[in-house]
Design a protein around this ligand. Structure first.
Ligand code: SF4
Ligand code: SF4
Length: 57
């Protein structure tokens, strides 16, 4: 299971620094998660102020 960032993302950048495998990068208008790198730890979801990272099953 991986996580995917929804359009609710306000591009604050908090999750990028917290991801243990550096799967998060700044995309066009919102941040994005590389599904090849994400290990589904959920840290991005817990630190996000707007709960933008969602489980992507
Ligand atoms: Fe990184 Fe964990 Fe979020 Fe996946 S779930 S993008 S590994 S912080
Ligand atoms: Fe977007 Fe949330 Fe990550 Fe901030 S912490 S960049 S709002 S997904």
């Amino acid at each position: 299971m991986t996580y995917k960032i929804s359009d609710d993302c306000i591009s604050c950048g908090t999750c990028k620094d917290e991801c243990p495998v550096e799967a998060i990068t700044e995309g066009d208008g919102k941040y994005e998660i590389d599904p090849q790198k994400c290990i589904g730890c959920g840290t991005c979801a817990s630190v996000c102020p707007v709960e933008a990272p969602k489980e992507d099953k």
